[in-house]
Write a protein that binds this ligand. Structure first.
Ligand SMILES: Cc1cc2nc3c(=O)[nH]c(=O)nc-3n(C[C@H](O)[C@H](O)[C@H](O)COP(=O)(O)OP(=O)(O)OC[C@H]3O[C@@H](n4cnc5c(N)ncnc54)[C@H](O)[C@@H]3O)c2cc1C
Length: 388
């Protein structure tokens, strides 16, 4: 269902995404997962359909898609292949800031590269404070040194970089100077072919297996021209400029996981087995399928309304975006878990793709702003500390 009347461009881009996802992305999804293969061809098909430039403004040669269109597109791709949907979502997220506020040089360079299908971005965000996965409550991003030749990255380790080793550009928040406070972040776009980088270990995730979400290390100089916006102002941009697309595309990707699995369930449950029985003839399954549809539609309705409200300039704080993110990712976990039960041994033995969607869905709980973290933020917005 789509609850809001869609404009002609919104319908066009949703249908374009649905078409390319059905023809090109879906047929490769099982192999992408089982071979842990980066979905290069599927992403190239999205590029050829004009989707890499979705969020670049029309004046710069892009589609200029609004938030609702962006959600519709990401959902369609994730429905057919969550791994491809996530790599694509990360490109959209990573290119958001540069698409919104490029310098003139960036407009002629990297933005044109996105439009021409030569630049594919990702986010090199999360770090641990130590050398490996040693956990600390609250992350402090690495400091880079400012030199006359640019910002020096001295072996910065990023923990989970989707499209690692495949992206041409890495969006990175860092601190400039060791004295910079944890909230004084600076946004850089790091070009893969102008810096030393290495992937540190293979990606063997439970789900999202086609993502290449490996740890990486970066060393070298990033020219000052690759800074987006002002030094130390990254957190402000993250909240005011990036947050809508970051949170909503997480929501859309995990809504796609739920809806993609459910669509397959509708077909499989209606199949008549040699015994003459159908899973849909069972009263428990009838109730289950009805309940799952309600969960999906509730998540979709919130996602679309939050996106449309954002497009209309009616959202002052990211509350509805985060609420949509947690609702959609939890819907994905619930729906796929129930389908694992409903399809029994056939699902467990991976003779139907539900276990793939089930594994992919789990990432939604911990990705981006992990849901527990997002709930803390939501709580903070609902119950702000009184001003002293
Ligand atoms: C498939 C996949 C792809 C990814 N791709 C990228 C990418 O492209 N770029 C990128 O930068 N990162 C990426 N990540 C990282 C992701 O966004 C999270 O940062 C990461 O999964 C969190 O793992 P962690 O071990 O650091 O979690 P932790 O921060 O240790 O969180 C684990 C748990 O601790 C609790 N917790 C932690 N902090 C808080 C808090 N403040 N409030 C309440 N509870 C809290 C929560 O229960 C949380 O689930 C990816 C992760 C996955 C799984």
């Amino acid at each position: 269902m789509t609850y809001l009347p869609l404009t002609e461009p919104q319908q066009h881009w949703r249908d374009t995404a649905r078409d390319v996802a059905t023809r090109e992305v879906g047929p490769r999804a099982a192999a992408t997962d089982s071979e842990r293969a980066f979905p290069r061809q599927s992403l190239a098909a999205l590029r050829d359909a004009g989707l890499w430039k979705l969020r670049v403004g029309a004046a710069d040669g892009g589609v200029g898609a609004d938030l609702l269109t962006t959600c519709l597109v990401v959902e369609e791709i994730a429905k057919k292949c969550p791994s491809t949907g996530m790599c694509y979502k990360m490109h959209v997220e990573a290119s958001e800031l540069i698409a919104r506020m490029p310098s003139d040089a960036q407009r002629q360079g990297v933005l044109k590269g996105i439009v021409d299908g030569k630049v594919f971005c990702t986010v090199a965000g999360g770090e641990t404070s130590g050398k490996g996965d040693d956990w600390v409550p609250g992350m402090q991003l690495s400091a880079v040194e400012k030199t006359p030749a640019g910002y020096r990255l001295d072996g910065i380790r990023k923990s989970y970089v989707t499209s690692a080793g495949e992206a041409t550009h890495y969006f990175m928040l860092c601190r400039v100077g060791a004295d910079a406070k944890p909230n004084q972040l600076t946004a850089l776009l790091v070009e893969a072919d102008r810096i030393d980088w290495q992937t540190l270990e293979p990606w063997h995730g439970l789900g999202m297996r086609g993502n290449n979400s490996m740890p990486m290390r970066f060393s070298g100089l990033v020219p000052e021209a690759n800074r987006i916006g002002d030094e130390h102002a990254g957190l402000k941009y993250l909240g005011a400029v990036m947050m809508p697309v970051v949170a909503l595309t997480y929501g859309a990707a995990y809504l796609g996981v739920a809806a993609g699995a459910y669509e397959i369930a509708c077909v499989e449950a209606a199949k008549r087995h040699p015994s003459g029985a159908r899973r849909l003839d069972n009263a428990i399954n009838q109730r289950r399928m009805a309940e799952l549809s309600a969960r999906i539609e509730a998540a979709r309705a919130l996602l679309h309304v939050a996106a449309a409200a954002g497009d209309a300039g009616q959202v002052q704080a990211p509350l509805p975006y985060l609420q949509a993110k947690v609702t959609c990712s939890e819907a994905a976990v619930f729906v796929t878990q129930e389908l694992m039960t409903m399809f029994g041994g056939t699902a467990f033995a991976a003779r139907l793709p539900f276990e793939r969607y089930f594994r992919d869905a789990r990432a939604g709980m911990i990705m981006g702003l992990a849901n527990d973290d997002a709930y803390q933020t939501i709580f903070g917005m609902l119950f702000p500390e009184p001003k002293k």
